[in-house]
Write a protein that binds this ligand. Structure first.
Ligand code: DAH
Length: 338
C-alpha cells in the first residue's frame, strides 16, 4: 500500500504538468486532493495495515497531500496567467470599459428628518429624552387623562403583550410622565423622539410602526403664546422662512386647550393640490397646554406650574416635503422608493 501511495503521487504530479486549463485543473483537484479524492480514500484504508506501519503511512500520506497542494497552487497561478494573457490577446476583456459604480450607503429619510428636527429643537434649548417603547397602560393612557373606557382609546388601536397592562406605546406622550417624574421639581424643556406602534391594517396611509417626536415644556410662567411662538419658529426652520402657519382648535385628552398646527402647503403654496387635498394647508402636529390632571400625575402642582406639549410625525413631514404618497415605503426595504 505504501508503494501504491507513491505511485499515486507520481501519477498526480505528471498529470498535473500536462494540464493547461482551469476546468481540467479543477477536475484534477477533485480527483486527487479533494475531500473525496484519492489521497483521502487511501488514508481511510489505513486499517488494512499493521499497527506498526500505520503512523508512518499516515505521515507520508499527509506530506504527499501537502506537496500536491503546493504543486496545484503554482500550476493554478501559471494557468490563470496564461488564460488571462489569451483573453487579452483575443480582446474579450475590454480594459477601457468604465467600472461599475459602487453603491454607497446613506441615511434613511426618517433618520435624516429626525436629525434635522433634533438640531432645530436643540438650537432652542430642548434636550432629547429617550423613553421606553414597551409601556404600562397607566403611562400610555391613564396618566394622560385617558381612564379605562375613555373613548379616545379607540383612536389608538393597541398592541398588547401577554402580560397584563404591558403594551407597545401607541404614542410618545407617556414619556412626558416619565420625564416629569425624573425632572420634578425642576422646569422641563425636552423633545421625546422614538418609535410608536399601532394595531392597524397597513394601507398607503397607515402603518403599524412609525416615529413620533413629542415635545414638552413645563415651568412657572409658560403660556399658550409661548407654545405658538415656539412652534412657529420650528415651522419656519423646517419648512422655510415666511411660510404661513395657522392653529386650529382641536381635542386631546392630555392637553387643554388643544390645537392642531397647519403650515401653508409647501407644494402649491396655498393654491390647492393633491397633497394638501385642495385645502392649501398641511396639518403637521397636535399640541396644547398640558392638562392639569397630567401635570398632577407628573408630580407638578398645576396651580404653580404650567406647560405646553406637542407631537409630530417625522414620516408625515418627509411625505409632505417630498410629495410621497405611500407610507409603506419607509419600512418596505426597497431602496428605489427612498
Ligand atoms: N399623542 C398624540 C398622538 O399620538 C399627539 C399629540 C397631540 C401629542 C397633542 C401631544 C399633544 O403632546 O399635545 O396622536
Amino acid at each position: 500500500m505504501r508503494q501504491e501511495l507513491e505511485t499515486l503521487g507520481q501519477t498526480a504530479q505528471t498529470t498535473l504538468i500536462e494540464i493547461t486549463d482551469s476546468e481540467m485543473l479543477n477536475k484534477w483537484h477533485v480527483k486527487y486532493i479533494g475531500r473525496k479524492g484519492a489521497i483521502t480514500t487511501m488514508l481511510r484504508r489505513v486499517g488494512e495495515l499493521s499497527k506498526e506501519e500505520r503512523p508512518a503511512f499516515g505521515k507520508r500520506a499527509n506530506e504527499l497531500k501537502k506537496e500536491l497542494e503546493h504543486a496545484y497552487q503554482s500550476r493554478e497561478y501559471e494557468i490563470k496567467a496564461s488564460e488571462m494573457k489569451q483573453a487579452f490577446a483575443v480582446g474579450s476583456i475590454d480594459v477601457t470599459l468604465p467600472g461599475r459604480p459602487i453603491e454607497r450607503g446613506r441615511l434613511h429619510p426618517s433618520t435624516q428628518t429626525l436629525r434635522l428636527i433634533y438640531q432645530i429643537w436643540a438650537d432652542m434649548g430642548f434636550q432629547i429624552y429617550r423613553s421606553r417603547e414597551v409601556e404600562l397602560d397607566e403611562y400610555n393612557f391613564q396618566m394622560l387623562n385617558m381612564p379605562p373606557h375613555h373613548p379616545a382609546r379607540d383612536m389608538q388601536d393597541t398592541f398588547y403583550t401577554t402580560k397584563e397592562n404591558v403594551l407597545l406605546r401607541t404614542h410618545t406622550s407617556p414619556g412626558q410622565i416619565r420625564a416629569m417624574h425624573e425632572y420634578h421639581p425642576e422646569p422641563i424643556r425636552i423633545i421625546l423622539p422614538g418609535m410608536v406602534f399601532r394595531y392597524e391594517q397597513i394601507t398607503p396611509s397607515k402603518e403599524i410602526q412609525f416615529h413620533q417626536v413629542e415635545g414638552l415644556a413645563v415651568g412657572r410662567n409658560i403660556t399658550m403664546t409661548d407654545l405658538k411662538g415656539t412652534l412657529n419658529s420650528f415651522a419656519q426652520r423646517i419648512f422655510g422662512k415666511g411660510r404661513p402657519t395657522r392653529f386650529r382648535a382641536s381635542h386631546f385628552p392630555f392637553t387643554e386647550p388643544s390645537a392642531e398646527m397647519d403650515v401653508q402647503c409647501i407644494l402649491c403654496h396655498g393654491k390647492g393640490c393633491r397633497v394638501c387635498k385642495h385645502t392649501g394647508w398641511m396639518e403637521i402636529l397636535g399640541c396644547g397646554m398640558v392638562h392639569p390632571t397630567v401635570l398632577r400625575y407628573g408630580g407638578y402642582d398645576p396651580s404653580e406650574f404650567t406647560g405646553f406639549a406637542f407631537g409630530m410625525g417625522p414620516e408625515r413631514i418627509v411625505m409632505l416635503r417630498h410629495g410621497i404618497e405611500d407610507i409603506r415605503y419607509f419600512w418596505g426595504n426597497d431602496l428605489k422608493n427612498l
